[in-house]
Design a protein around this ligand. Structure first.
Ligand SMILES: Nc1ncnc2c1ncn2[C@@H]1O[C@H](COP(=O)(O)OP(=O)(O)OP(=O)(O)O)[C@@H](O)[C@H]1O
Ligand SMILES: [Mg+2]
Length: 254
């Protein structure tokens, strides 16, 4: 495919650029991104579309001329909850409530063909070279001891992945890390993503999630070393690595 000159850049990361193509969105990955990962994100999204969760629709996966592979989806006109929270800090708790309720709604779905969360976390823990074999063993034991669940988990549920549509409905984008598994693990990942930015917001999120989902805070906290290890394995890098290592250590010996 050839990207139109009218494209507008929405966000640029080291390994991808997301463009607004007018009525569509193209997520264009760098050339070293394995094509199977791009098809995998498209497949996850297609499965999410089919199970009825409000989200952009998958349109195509195509090689971009002189660039890497792209995932093209329908565009949801609107603004993200992250933008709303930043623009109106006084309404943070109101938006947080919408965010938590949406996550709990996502967790109410089943999608039996999505990858299994335990497989994904085991693979990520095993791929970590920053931690020794004994710590990896402890993390895998901890994962193994968790109650088996099979609910749709987004895997990267944060306010930048929730779009408040012009139709006032909430839509969830960015399903690259979707699995079927334990909602508490998904909540632990969200807590961690908040905590990387703002500990107070993270604590407010966790309290609200546990209250609305009727989940014990200890269960969510029990997943923190696992999701920290998984986030570390994504190699997003930077100053967060030290913080993630401390989450793994703190909980490893409790
Ligand atoms: N279908 C869509 N409609 C409207 N806006 C979108 C859509 N898809 C993505 N966006 C916008 O682009 C931003 C980035 O897209 P996306 O979340 O898919 O990628 P990413 O966060 O860069 O990826 P990753 O989390 O995998 O690093 C979103 O936060 C949102 O603002
Ligand atoms: Mg995103």
């Amino acid at each position: 495919m050839i990207l139109p000159d009218s494209k507008v850049e929405i966000v640029r990361h080291s390994n991808k650029v997301v463009y607004d193509l007018g009525d569509k969105i193209a997520k264009v990955f760098s050339e070293d991104k394995p094509v199977s990962d791009v098809f995998n994100e498209a497949l996850n999204l297609a499965r999410i579309n089919e199970c009825g969760i409000r989200s952009p629709k998958a349109i195509e996966v195509a090689k971009v001329e002189d660039a890497g592979w792209a995932l093209v989806t329908t565009k949801v006109p609107g603004v993200t909850l992250a933008e709303k929270m930043a623009a109106e800090p006084g309404r943070f708790y109101e938006y947080l409530e919408q965010f938590v309720n949406l996550q709990i709604e996502v967790h109410s779905y089943r999608c039996p063909l999505l990858p299994r969360q335990t497989d994904k976390y085991s693979r990520m823990i095993n791929s970590l070279d920053q931690i020794n074999a004994s710590t990896r063993y402890d993390l895998l034991q901890r994962l193994d001891g968790m109650k088996m669940r099979r609910r749709v988990c987004h895997g990267d549920f944060n306010p930048s992945n929730v779009i408040v549509g012009d139709d006032e409905q909430l839509y969830v984008c960015d399903w690259a890390h979707a699995t079927q598994g334990a909602p508490a693990a998904d909540a632990a990942m969200t807590y961690l993503l908040f905590a990387l930015q703002d500990k107070q917001q993270a604590d407010a999120y966790l309290e609200l999630y546990c209250e609305h989902a009727d989940e014990a805070v200890q269960v969510v906290r029990g997943y923190l070393p696992i999701v920290a290890a998984s986030e570390l394995a994504r190699k997003r890098g930077g100053k967060n690595d030290e913080f993630l290592m401390s989450w793994i250590d703190v909980f490893d010996y409790q």
